[in-house]
Write a protein that binds this ligand. Sequence first.
Ligand SMILES: [Zn+2]
Length: 87
Amino acid sequence: MTVIGTVRPIAAVCADAELTGCGVCGAGPHIPCAFASGPAGSDGPGYHMARFAAARRAGLISEADMAAVIEAAGVFTAATVIWACAR
Ligand SMILES: [Zn+2]
């Protein structure tokens, strides 16, 4: 595996992605795409994968950040909700 850059906590990546709006569900900045139970009984905000892509395009998150999100997602589409920031 190639190390692309500094790895940040996924919570920091989610916080920066939250600065964008979401093209999938229409959630505005600072509003998570969903609140629900994530995998393994975790709870917290979820964000559509498309939102991380928008944040990457806007320069809000790095290539390494995006790689961490993709790794957390596994198999995904633009409409997959990423629960990596859920606790
Ligand atoms: Zn969304």
